[in-house]
Design a protein around this ligand. Structure first.
Ligand SMILES: C[S@@+](CC[C@H](N)C(=O)[O-])C[C@H]1O[C@@H](n2cnc3c(N)ncnc32)[C@H](O)[C@@H]1O
Length: 239
């Protein structure tokens, strides 16, 4: 039987970092501008209040537990599948899921291991349009035994359903953030990505209230980032 867990994340980290503004009010942060849209001015420094009903984690294989996601209802699939080669078939299924769930012009952004990069691109291209590769630049390089490579970045593959539906500028390199230790789903923490590099991506590719889905949610990193920007989020994970 499918188990659905509603997750209440710990809000204290971002509750203190700002308030959402009403249309036409002045920004209380350093920029001082009047907002053209509610919550839009000084977006990097304002945080909408996260609501528990905007977050949902479903335990199980994403191909089963996300089967009821309404077609064309998702603005962004933002995810991080397992990288070992034996999981490659999942990438095809991820692309298929994106092609059905994404709204026209919506994006799928996926972390990807360098070793499987060509196969992952081929799998996702069966279903979606390749748009770009974003470099997630690490704070420090790490030696990769066997490949004899000093690794300083990770690819985030960007695919689109149809043609990109937003025009906000998005840099093709993101950085920053620390791995997290507080893990809402009880994950052991070894997989947790940093939240902060996802913020410009979410800000550029979605609007407040939009639905973001993560089929490989792990500890819920993308969910934390989504709620920081007032987006709805549904995640799935086997564990
Ligand atoms: C790289 S980890 C994701 C880590 C996540 N980005 C984070 O920061 O915590 C990949 C996750 O995919 C999950 N997974 C593997 N196969 C799955 C499937 N078929 N359906 C749902 N989740 C799956 C694993 O349990 C694992 O937690």
């Amino acid at each position: 039987m499918r188990m659905i867990h509603r997750v209440a994340f710990r809000y204290s980290a971002w509750q203190s970092s700002g308030v959402i503004m009403a249309t036409g009010t002045s920004c209380s942060n350093w920029c001082g501008r009047a907002s053209a849209r509610a919550g839009r001015c000084c977006w990097q420094w304002t945080r909408p209040e996260p609501r528990a009903q905007d977050l949902e984690i479903r335990r199980g294989d994403f191909r089963d537990v996300l089967g009821d996601i309404e077609p064309e209802s998702v603005a962004l699939v933002l995810t991080d599948p397992p990288y070992p080669a034996e999981y490659l078939p999942l990438w095809n299924d991820l692309g298929l899921f994106g092609s059905k769930a994404l709204a026209e012009g919506g994006s799928l952004i996926s972390y990807c291991g360098q070793a499987i990069l060509p196969d992952a691109v081929v799998s996702l291209r069966q279903h979606l349009r390749y748009w770009w590769t974003i470099a997630l630049v690490h704070g420090q390089s790490q030696m990769l035994p066997g490949k004899f490579v000093s690794v300083g970045w990770k690819p985030l593959l960007w695919f689109v359903r149809g043609h990109r539906g937003t025009s906000a500028m998005l840099a093709d390199h993101v950085s920053g953030g620390q791995p997290r230790k507080t893990l809402p789903t009880g994950d052991d923490g070894s997989w947790a990505q940093a939240v902060e590099p996802l913020e410009p991506i979410i800000s550029a590719l979605t609007n407040p209230g939009d639905l973001i889905v993560d089929p490989f949610a792990g500890s819920g990193t993308t969910g934390i980032a989504a709620t920081r920007f007032g987006r709805r989020w549904i995640g799935a994970d086997l564990r």
